[in-house]
Design a protein around this ligand. Structure first.
Ligand SMILES: Cc1ncc(COP(=O)(O)OP(=O)(O)O)c(N)n1
Ligand SMILES: Cc1ncsc1CCOP(=O)(O)O
Length: 215
């Protein structure tokens, strides 16, 4: 799948912390109905078989709505379910090696916190970058902080699409205006909400207002 910059507008990463009796699949379908444009499946405590089973279910939904679907960290799972790609961090395999495993047509996302990391990731063949944490977050306890100034410097230093991540919500999204991002990436601002569809709709509208390209 070729990555369209516009599909970065509202990037949702799953989290099963707030399932509250429902399924992750139905939450993912709700967020897509509400306007999420990209889905990443992020599972930190699943064995391979469980992860593959879950990924297949989510992929059916993202395929139905033609939304890009990537797997966090686990390249074997990505290969097993033929996801659209993978997202890796600074402690994971570098994009060049990931590319050798998943092939030229797949999407590779890389998390970066500095200009140097961003330039290197682009050189290594990343298709997009996730930059953060731009605000305090309790979702990822080991996240490093990236200032808005650093975010702007990173966006100026590369030509691939970027999303900001970390603690973004309806109240602070405005601070990301003119930062050069192609969209926002959120976990709790969607998945912790009682009404995921409505929360996504509001974030979708707000993100449309802060990016500098035509929707
Ligand atoms: C789009 C996006 N950006 C950043 C991250 C964080 O990735 P990483 O640093 O590898 O941390 P974990 O998600 O693995 O805890 C991301 N997942 N997605
Ligand atoms: C995965 C990740 N990487 C940097 S911050 C973060 C957590 C984002 O979650 P939230 O949107 O709930 O702050």
């Amino acid at each position: 799948m070729k990555l369209d910059r516009k599909s970065m507008l509202l990037y949702a990463i799953t989290d099963r912390t707030w399932l509250k009796g429902t399924t992750l699949a139905s939450q993912v379908e709700d967020t897509i109905k509400g306007g999420a444009t990209f889905i990443q499946l992020r599972e930190k405590n699943m064995d391979f078989d469980e992860f593959v089973t879950e990924a297949k279910v989510i992929k059916e939904i993202t395929d139905k709505y033609n939304i890009p679907f990537v797997i966090n960290d686990n390249i074997d799972v990505a290969l097993a379910v033929n996801s659209d790609g993978v997202h890796v961090g600074q402690d994971d395999m570098n994009a060049k090696d990931v590319r050798k495993l998943i092939g030229k047509d797949k999407i590779i996302g890389v998390s970066v916190q500095t200009v140097e990391q961003a330039i290197l990731a682009e050189q290594n063949g990343a298709d997009y970058l996730g930059v953060g944490s731009v605000f305090p977050t309790s979702t990822k306890t080991d996240a490093n902080y990236v200032s808005i100034k650093q975010l702007k410097e990173i966006s100026k230093s590369i030509s691939i699409p970027i999303v900001a991540i970390g603690g973004i919500n309806e109240n602070n999204i405005e601070k990301l205006r003119e930062s050069g991002i192609d969209g926002i990436c959120v976990i709790s601002a969607i998945f912790s909400k009682p009404d995921i569809l409505e929360a996504t709709k509001r974030l979708r509208k707000l993100s449309e207002g802060i990016v500098d390209y035509e929707i």
